[in-house]
Ligand binder design. Structure first.
Ligand code: AMP
Ligand code: MG
Length: 400
């Protein structure tokens, strides 16, 4: 049986990043840059005042208490009316351009203005309270690299470079198909013996969280014919995800369809707990991941295998969940034959991180995901990790 890393390697190896498209900055949040951003200007564009105060020449203020006549004033958004004359001051507001000849700004708090002149109370040093042209970003500087996730700071930088349009990789369309005669959608009647299709919703939400476009195709009944019908409706998808129907049961038909002529299956089963039954292949020329049906396994397998595929389509550089090491607050049990992913709560304990299990760990216990924020990874063969030992954790909540 292949390992998590091998399975991920095979899946990611089959994915080619989508083409770039030019989009308005307004729509770029959560997207990945498809171009390197090199600044064509200095930011700030000119030397400007970091304070409300008075622009002076340091050599004109050899001691405290010097009084200088004020030539004029520069509000933010205006230009200097001329150079600073020797022995005088110019009143200046935060963000306004420093007049030629001035080499410091004296804060309003360090001065006293009356009758058109100002008394300087604190000795200025050269360059005090001046923000120099290009001190934030220099002309020609590479400021954001291809593959960068655009979040609020990056969008702000792009706006300061006046980039109204930006090249980002397209968002993949991800078809989602639930399977099972026992599962029902929320708009269906919940007949006796049926359960709600929670996987439909956890998968739609995960896909959206990554910035991809879910194409929900509903629930396929446990027949090859019904499943084929759903796959036929996925033709505009970049990736197909199914949930359930990949185990050993008589009605587990995902693999049957994946191995039919025209389709292909690259692997089935990964050495991981939960989530061993996982099928990866190509259906109607579209990469397809058959996720297991148990709700925790569905989400874990999504995070381990579908997430990297989607992020690669989008042009991201890092595909795996963020990892940290934390100290266990109580013993957790693993498995002799597979690494086990235990849902945990990661928090800060004094100077370090600590993690505790969320409670019962059955692969059907979806509330263990809702209570947790990370997977604590117990390596294969390590049947228990004791309280106080370190455990590797993968954080599945982006907000953490
Ligand atoms: P399967 O692999 O199809 O046998 O499914 C394994 C377990 O997951 C069964 O208990 C199913 O009822 C459950 N399951 C399958 N699909 C879903 C779904 N869409 N939502 C919630 N539970 C599901
Ligand atoms: Mg099933």
């Amino acid at each position: 049986m292949i390992t998590v890393e091998q399975a991920r390697g095979i899946i990611v190896g089959r994915i080619t990043p989508l083409p770039a498209e030019k989009i308005p900055l307004d729509q770029a949040l959560g997207r990945y840059l498809a171009e390197d951003i090199v600044s064509a200007t200095d930011i700030p564009p000119w030397d400007n005042s970091a304070m409300d105060g008075y622009a002076v020449r340091v050599q004109d203020v050899p001691k405290e208490g010097v009084r200088l006549d004020i030539s004029y004033e520069i509000p933010a958004g205006s230009l200097p009316k001329g150079p600073l004359d020797k022995g005088r001051a110019v009143k200046i507001m935060t963000g306004a351009p420093v007049p030629p000849g001035a080499d410091a700004v004296v804060k309003r708090e360090d001065s006293q203005e009356f009758e058109g002149s100002v008394v300087i109370r604190t000795l200025p040093r050269k360059h005090d309270h001046i923000r120099f042209a290009g001190e934030d970003i220099r002309t020609g500087e590479m400021i954001l690299e291809k593959g960068t996730l655009l979040e609020a700071p990056e969008i702000g930088v792009l706006a300061s470079l006046r980039r109204r349009m930006v090249f980002c990789r397209q968002r993949p369309v991800v078809a989602i198909i639930a399977t099972g005669d026992e599962v029902a959608d929320l708009d269906e009647e919940l007949a006796e013996g049926k359960i709600p299709s929670s996987n439909s919703w956890s998968l739609i939400s995960r896909v959206r969280q990554l910035g991809a476009v879910p194409l929900y195709l509903g629930i396929a009944r446990d027949t090859a014919a019904d499943l084929r019908g759903k796959f036929a409706r996925a033709s505009r998808a970049d990736l197909i995800l199914t949930s359930g129907g990949v185990s050993m049961g008589d009605y587990d038909v995902v693999r049957d369809v994946m191995t039919e002529s025209g389709n292909s299956m690259e692997f089935w089963k990964v050495r991981v707990k939960p989530g061993r039954p996982l099928a990866f292949g190509v259906i109607n020329n579209i990469p397809a991941i058959g996720l297991p049906g148990n709700p925790v396994s569905t989400m874990l397998s999504f995070d381990l295998f579908a997430r990297p595929a989607i992020l690669k389509f989008m042009g991201a550089l890092t595909l795996t969940l963020p990892r940290v090491r934390a100290r266990l607050t109580e013993e957790i049990r693993g498995s002799s034959d597979r690494p086990q992913y235990v849902r945990g709560i990661l928090k800060r304990c004094g100077d370090e991180l600590c993690a505790s299990p969320t409670g019962p760990q059955g692969s059907g216990i979806l509330s263990s995901m809702a209570r947790g924020n990370c997977y604590m990874i117990v390596p294969q063969g390590n049947e228990t990790l004791k309280e106080g030992e370190y455990v590797e954790c993968e954080i599945f909540r982006p907000s953490w």
